[in-house]
Design a binder for this molecule. Structure first.
Ligand code: NDP
Length: 482
């Protein structure tokens, strides 16, 4: 079995490629099956790499790094912009492949949205400047802070937003003069290999490559002596394993780990006005989003009305096969995640939670579809609240007193995002300052922006992505002083 050659470009200049053309360059008939989570059909077969494949990939990008770093910054900017053009030229085929492999619908904030975000992040990263900073200049001493490339960056990603997260990791790394080895999730290798192939249509040879495989490929990348920095997005447990395996080489790490985001609804909201924002905050990508709203705390004064408004919105959102244009919610990407959601909803039911909607999957139906589920009157200690469900099931907890809501929101050991919902901006801002989360949104939840830094608190990880801070994270600061 050979590793796929994602350095072979797809010629996107002639015409928009089809999914079959994208797959032709990355699949291996003797490789592992990758299944469509909506139907169980085989989407493609991919060769899983070994530790030796990682070593070879690192050697190649290491050799290419000095020349890439030596290029004028303007060249790298231009190449990232052309990479965005290439993604846009292949957008429909990339979105279709993503939909078939990941399960997310083409429409709604899903597959087409994700491919669009890849192009947008490439362009924004190209446009971001990280100038030399003069830190002291007092007549006696002059000191400047420069940012140099780290060297080789390893990019390890999950299966929920496979293309977008890959771009988040590699675009700033390339912009700063690093070369990159990508390791996609074993569940969604095709989307990422196809994306890397499209990018390599414009990038110089060996600046960017990918090795598909399971956890052992990621583990080798984390321990590799010639990898200088790791960008990791995934679970807290894997993040902890990476901290340990990267210790011997003192690798720099950016860790975007799991979350269990709380949203607090104050009594002054108009329930109908906030319902759709709450819904998408929780159910974007069918709940499989790191910074989705996963625990909703609603004041008793508006509790019943917020629950009723959420049920109304949720009932109007069609779930089904991603390629059917009318759907906005899809299946869980894999059976293991389906089983987690099913177990947690059963725990909620057993604990006396009131199922307002859903909670009744059809085990005989094809695919990993779990119905949109809303659970009210649930205890804050219930596993559906305390554990990350990462799927379409939202627990709604009643509170009477804001201090009690803050204590519940902060009681877990993760803190990626949080949100406050109120018609009083000052009250919302005051509450936001009390929440232990890397981002606090007001009257929205989970939106990210290429210029706004994003990162976690507590066991949700450390390091920032996006914007100027994101460029600094893939660079080594160097002081020049005279
Ligand atoms: P995992 O942590 O299981 O996997 C993430 C990646 O790490 C995969 O590519 C995986 O490979 C790889 N990996 C597994 N073991 C190792 C290892 N020992 N060393 C290095 N790499 C390894 O996460 P999931 O893919 O299951 O994603 C879901 C989780 O990710 C959720 O908990 C979610 O909250 C979190 N997440 C966080 C985000 C954030 O920005 N904070 C964004 C998205 C998700 P393989 O799949 O082949 O085993």
């Amino acid at each position: 079995m050979t590793t796929p050659d994602v350095t072979t470009p797809v010629d996107t200049t002639q015409q928009t490629p089809t999914v079959q053309q994208l797959l032709a360059g990355i699949t291996d008939p003797a490789g592992r099956e990758v299944l469509d989570p909506a139907t169980g059909e085989v989407v493609g077969r991919v060769a899983f790499g070994s530790a030796e494949d990682v070593d070879r990939a690192v050697e190649r990008v290491r050799a290419a790094q000095p020349a890439w770093a030596a290029r004028a910054d303007a060249d790298r900017i231009e190449l990232l912009q052309r990479a965005a053009d290439a993604v846009e030229a292949s957008a429909e085929a990339l979105a279709e492949l993503l939909s078939r492999e990941q399960g997310k619908p083409l429409n709604g904030p899903n597959a087409r949205f994700e491919v669009g975000a890849c192009a947008a992040w490439l362009r924004a990263t190209a446009a971001t400047e990280l100038p030399v900073e003069t830190v002291v200049d007092d007549g006696e001493t002059h000191a400047e802070l420069h940012y140099r490339p780290v060297g080789v960056v390893g990019a390890i990603g999950p299966w929920n937003w496979p293309m977008m997260i890959t771009i988040w990791q590699i675009a700033p790394a390339l912009r700063m003069g690093n070369t990159v080895v990508v390791k996609p999730s074993e569940y969604t290798p095709l989307s990422v290999l196809a994306l890397v192939q499209v990018l390599n249509d414009v990038l110089p040879a060996d600046v960017l490559t990918a090795v598909a495989g399971s956890g052992d490929v990621g583990a080798r990348l984390s321990a590799h002596p010639d990898v200088d920095k790791l960008m990791f997005t995934g679970s807290t447990a894997t993040g902890q394993a990476i901290i340990k395996s990267s210790a011997d080489t003192v690798k720099r790490l950016t860790l975007e780990l799991g979350g269990n985001d709380a949203g607090i609804v104050l009594p002054d909201v108009d329930p109908k006005a906030v319902a759709e924002g709450l819904f998408w905050g929780a159910f974007i990508n069918t709940g499989q989003t790191c910074a989705a709203l996963k625990r909703l705390y609603v004041h008793a004064d508006v509790y019943d009305d917020v629950c009723a408004a959420l049920v109304e919105v949720a009932q109007a959102m069609p779930m089904g096969r991603g390629l059917d244009e009318q759907n906005v919610l899809g299946p869980l990407q894999n059976r293991a995640q389906y089983d987690i959601v099913a177990r947690l909803v059963e725990a909620a039911r057993d604990g006396g939670g009131k199922i307002l909607l859903g909670g009744d999957p059809d085990p005989s139906a094809p695919g990993n579809f779990y119905p949109t589920t809303l659970v009210a009157d649930i205890d804050d200690e219930n596993p559906l609240v305390a554990e990350e469900q990462f799927g379409p099931a939202l627990p709604i907890v009643r509170y009477d007193d804001v201090d009690q809501a803050v204590a519940m929101a902060n009681r877990l050991d993760v803190g990626l995002g949080a949100s406050v919902w109120s018609s009083d901006r000052e009250a919302a801002l005051a509450l936001a300052a009390r929440l232990e989360a890397g981002t606090v949104w007001i009257n929205k939840h989970g939106g990210v922006h290429p210029m706004i830094p994003f990162g976690g608190h507590k066991k949700s990880g450390y390091g920032l992505e996006f914007g100027v801070e994101g460029l600094k994270a893939v660079a080594v600061p160097q002081v020049i002083s005279y």
